[in-house]
Design a binder for this molecule. Structure first.
Ligand SMILES: [Zn+2]
Length: 341
């Protein structure tokens, strides 16, 4: 909570013209494909091997950001051209299976010194050179940490909302205002670009922002380095542009929790910490309001970070669940915080 604004991206200004082309193309492709939210219809939970949960609170049984959505197929490529009109709502394919929640396994997954996913380097093929040593990782050194606890610890909780801004964002903001709660919004770049007024409202009401990639490709941890750079960096630019001058983005959350050492370092280079969660009610899958509420009630421990969604399709269950959860959290003595950084 007492975060100082000490981190400014040291990233040099990059070429924007080319990126804009990529963005426009990406949005079109994304719209055509229909994106998945933090999970998909299959709803399988996949431990994300390279995630870590570094809890600053001793009591937090922080499950790492393990809800890796199962993407169907390869990550979308930022190819093609075309005009971006309105951003699609990811996750609309999530079946309302009503099968209830499936809480991620408890316990933390140590962050392995993961080899960065494909580094994106292109090898000069065919040159009869002596065997070269393996290419160094894009970011030498160990992986960073993925945050899954609140800044202050103690009996605090951090609410985070992913995949917006979208049609439900206003209702969620209304509820948060009613309870004087500040939350963190992990926004998809193209949605921010399509809904700048909502980004501005999020900021005006004291909430904070998190970069959730341009168009939510999954599995995010499989993206080549170049594409991860694009997804993270361009989304950041889009959200900042939507929010206006001075917009601050403290965190990056990989779609589906697909963190790896490479994307964590890309985010860090842009001044953002990697943000996981410790409580996942899988609201994106629309398991029913009681299932969402009870999952949070069962999984939450002091200092926890709750993952919910304000975008990615019909979020009426998320809104209804939040309506019950806010007074419950207050009744349990929780105060609201931002994630650690
Ligand atoms: Zn997401």
């Amino acid at each position: 909570m007492h975060r100082t604004a000490l981190r400014r991206p040291s990233h040099p200004t990059r070429t924007t013209a080319g990126r804009r082309l990529l963005i426009a193309g990406s949005i079109t492709v994304a719209a055509a494909l229909g994106l998945t939210a933090c999970g998909t219809a299959s709803g399988a939970l996949q431990p994300s091997g390279s995630t870590s949960s570094t809890s600053s609170t001793s009591s937090t049984d922080s499950t790492s950001a393990a809800a890796s959505g199962t993407a169907t197929g390869a990550p979308q490529q930022p190819t093609g051209t075309g005009a971006a009109t309105s951003a699609p709502t990811p996750g609309s394919d999530a079946a309302g299976s009503g099968t209830g929640h499936a809480a991620p396994p408890a316990g933390s997954t140590p962050h392995q010194a993961a080899t960065p996913a494909t580094s994106g380097r292109t090898q000069a093929a065919g040159t009869p050179a002596p065997p070269a040593p393996p290419a160094p990782p894009a970011h030498p050194g160990s992986a960073t940490k993925v945050i899954s606890s609140t800044a202050s610890g103690g009996r605090t909780v951090a609410l985070t909302f992913d995949d917006g801004p979208g049609p439900a964002t206003g209702q969620i903001l209304d509820l948060l205002a009613q309870y004087h709660v500040k939350a963190t919004f992990c926004e998809i770049g193209q949605n921010a670009a399509a809904n700048p007024a909502l980004v501005k409202r999020v900021l005006a009401e004291g909430h904070r922002l998190c970069d959730h990639s341009v168009h939510h490709p999954q599995p995010f941890e499989k993206l080549p380095h170049d594409k991860a750079v694009y997804e993270i960096g361009a989304a950041r630019d889009m959200i900042v542009k939507a929010g206006g001058p001075g917009t601050r983005i403290d965190w990056f959350r990989a779609p589906g929790g697909g963190f790896n050492a490479d994307n964590e370092h890309i985010a860090a280079d842009l001044g953002m910490d990697s943000l996981g969660w410790s409580v996942d009610p899988r609201d994106w899958s629309r398991p029913g309001v009681p299932a969402i509420v009870s999952a949070v009630q069962k999984q939450l421990k002091p200092g926890g970070v709750i993952l919910m969604h304000d975008g990615g399709g019909d979020r009426s269950q998320s809104v209804a669940a939040l309506k019950q959860l806010l007074p419950w959290l207050v009744s349990q003595g929780y105060t609201f915080d931002f994630p650690a950084a």
